[in-house]
Write a protein that binds this ligand. Sequence first.
Ligand code: IVH
Length: 670
Amino acid sequence: MNKEDIKKKYKLKIKELNKHNKLYYDKSKPIISDSKYDKLKIQIIELENKHTFLINKYSPKQNVGFKPSKSFEKFKHKVQMLSLSNAFKEEDLRSFEKKIFNYLNKKLNFNYSVEPKIDGISASLTYINKKLKYGVSRGDGKIGEIITENLKTIKDIPLEIKNVDFPNEVEIRGEVFIKKKDFIKIQEKFANPRNAASGSLRQKDPNETKKIPLNFIAYTFGFMENNSHKYQSDFLNSLKKWGFKVNKDNKVLSNIDELLNFHKKFENKRFDLDYDLDGLVYKVNDLDLQNRLGFTSNAPRWAIAHKFSADSAYSKIYNIEIQVGRTGALTPVAKIEPVNIGGVVVSNATLHNEDEINRKDIRIGDIVKVERAGDVIPHVIEVDTSKRKENSKKYIFPTKCPSCGSNTVKEFNKVTKKYDAVRRCLNDSFGCNKIAVEKIKHFISKDALNIDGLGKKVVEKFWELNLLKKPQDIFNLDFDKIKNLDGWGETSVQNLKNSIEKSKNTSLQRFIYSIGIRHIGIENAKLISDYVENISKFIEIIKQKQFYKFLDIDGIGETQINSLNSYFLNQSNLKILLELENILIIENQKINKNGTLKNKSFMFTGKLVGISRAEAKSLIEKNSGTTISNISKNLDYLVIGEKPTKRKVDQAKLLGIKIITQLDFKRLLN
Ligand code: IVH
């Protein structure tokens, strides 16, 4: 057989495997026996092993095919399972620490708990009355799947804890992983140890899980009744005492220099360890400080993952495609010949923006070094110019939108006094096809309307088929047509109908975020919904063009106001919003109104001592108060720190607003 025939044969087998994966995982209706299915997988793997040019992202080696099975019951985590921000270099670590100092408004001395970051799958174990009650996967961080029986097969996980000091209710979190030596035995079947662990955990039958030796290392807690630990390192010691495995390389260090030193040493040591790790985790050791620092929308302020250097490989760029994003940004993407980087097949690498292409003089036909680190999008590091052909031509970035043909611009940033590195299509309503599709994808995404079963690929397909052109079309889909599409059937259509119906009940914050207005992300959507409290007020502000009112909100500035203004300047955007408002049931924003500061608003002037504005603001919110950033008769308290602005104090006096010191403020908070 020649190369082309082998490729054809291989592709056919992959296609067949995909079909059976769908039948098994999505429809729970397999039409072949397990042994036949396994045989097919082995045939594919054998072909790949024999012919190294065969590579496909759907290969069973790359893709475990173990989607979160629909047959697992869902579980809402009591405390969200968030991820960690990443640091790659010294600068990132220094800025991480600086942000902590800024938030606390003080340069404090504190220690870090340093823990190897095992590259596995996180799991949560809830113990009630000292017995393991629920074992749950991370899922999307908010909702996981109950996989108790599978987790119980892991010998490192204690089923019952006898110690008197073990809390009555506690959720222990840690990493499930497979050791390198055990992986060697099964490496034919999986691309990397992480995939092996994940696949094994999601088996429907715990006896299958048992076949792959999994391990568990504990490192944190979610919820804990009567937590008396002062430090993360104390908690790690307790874990050990209670019978959990903890990492023997955990340690406590006291500053960034020590962290950097340790990282350097460990980066080499990692190859001698019997498990895969992709970095070190640094956590502020003091649990009270952790509490004060809290979380941003997706990661703790008190911890960071310091990654080891990334994997990279060389490949050839055969094309440069320009993607148009939801906000009109034109992002160049290098289409490269597929290459295996650290166990994952990479065929696209981002080139970031026009300036980056020019700076690195990246051209079609170039051999480039591509880097991939963890879950970060692969990117082009450098060009190997020695391999460049003589007739190669400089890449000319398009000035017209590749989707709608409109002129594009690089906006001038008034703050930095520089032109944006990103070129944008400004056809921001639904006039540009690419922007429109991206807007719909955003509308259904997890933090927006969160419509299960209507993924990005489905949106694209429905778009092509004219089933979906605007977000509101989702609520008026032609299911008779969909039922007959390839890959669809009665069950999947019913599931989709159900999740669309369910998504109609949404929160104001989700709704504002879902519109996809530039500069109005999750955090700002929350600020605005806390301020307007209900959808009618929001619409009234849009209709009256009174966005300047949002300047009262601490955290919203000119950038956001300008963006809202220009978005709603286009009447069709308002029309879509009104149509959606008719279809959806948008809950009023729930604000905890029973705290000690209920119905009270605050404003700060001058520097606070020992606490930052951000922390003070979050304390006010926790106690049901609000912070505003302009003096008006609606303001209840002006809190003055060091060197207050005289104009603000005078203005407050004039309006008869209570002026209080930081100490008074502390007393109000108790
Ligand atoms: S703490 C909110 N500690 O890294 C902080 N995570 O990117 C939650 N991980 O999902 C995690 N080792 O799977 C923590 N010692 C460690 C860890 C660790 C590995 C994983 C975990 C988590 C991911 C975060």
